[in-house]
Design a binder for this molecule. Structure first.
Ligand SMILES: O=c1ccn([C@@H]2O[C@H](COP(=O)(O)O)[C@@H](O)[C@H]2O)c(=O)[nH]1
Length: 231
């Protein structure tokens, strides 16, 4: 199974198709807000028809009944992974799983993972602006435990928290880690970043990589190199 999930942060179907046509084999991709809001759910069908695995990253966060209904309809798309914000709470997370089970295709629902603290969040921002005291690790572990207890399959976190999450929630509980950079010289808007090699050492199940691949001169070769680092 591929360990690298490529973030398709594009604004048109043409860019996506051109990008994916360079790959000879199916890969794991992430479809997020930018692409979904530009193309609608048709893009999911397009990417699925090309044979790729899909993490639909729409980060649901609303009252339990609304998230349940939303997840029921997302499950019908037949994607591999969907997600929500753990900050929505345990009742919301349990409702999400109920919705996914109701919408399951042929008895199979997508995996559901919870965003703990965004990788663009620093300790300073969390403490001073979001008014969450303590270390990022503590907040992330707290959300991860809630997510596990609510029946989620894993979390989105940074590489720096993945090993502690596996220790607390078990090795089967997925850690999906964005904030990946090939060199920590250019982090853009990310705060908790790490290299693919360090992600491998920390036991991350999947890394999510966007700009380091999509903005590179040879995206396919960069992808192959990164996958090599995760093997
Ligand atoms: O905490 C999070 C949750 C989601 N993301 C998403 O991952 C990619 C990262 O893109 P890069 O270009 O590699 O920085 C992007 O689609 C985010 O929406 C995240 O970065 N952090």
């Amino acid at each position: 199974m591929n360990k690298t999930i490529v973030a398709l942060d594009f604004s048109s179907k043409e860019e996506v198709v051109t990008f994916l046509e360079a790959f000879d084999e199916p890969i794991f991709v992430k479809i997020g807000m930018e692409l979904t809001y530009a193309c609608g759910f048709e893009i999911v069908e397009t990417v699925k028809a090309m044979g790729h695995n899909i993490f639909l990253d729409l980060k649901l966060h609303d009252i339990p009944n609304t998230v349940k209904g939303g997840m029921k309809n997302l499950a019908k798309l037949g994607v591999d992974i969907v997600n929500l914000h753990c900050a929505g709470g345990s009742v919301m997370m349990k409702a999400a799983i109920e919705g996914l089970e109701e919408g399951a295709v042929n008895g199979k629902r997508p995996l559901c993972i919870g965003v703990t603290q965004l990788t663009s969040t620093s300790k300073e921002m969390m403490n001073d602006e979001l008014m969450i005291p303590g270390d990022v690790l503590d907040a992330v572990l707290h959300y991860a435990k809630n997510a596990k207890d609510a029946g989620l399959d894993g979390v989105v976190c940074s590489v720096h928290e993945a090993a502690a999450i596996h220790k607390l929630c078990g090795d089967d509980f997925l850690t999906v880690t964005p904030g990946i950079r090939l060199s920590t010289d250019s982090v853009d808007d990310q705060k908790r970043v790490a290299t693919p090699e360090y992600a491998k050492k920390q036991g991350c199940d999947y890394i999510v990589v966007g700009r380091s691949i999509t903005n590179s001169e040879n995206p396919k070769q960069t992808y192959i190199n990164i996958e090599g680092m995760m093997k």
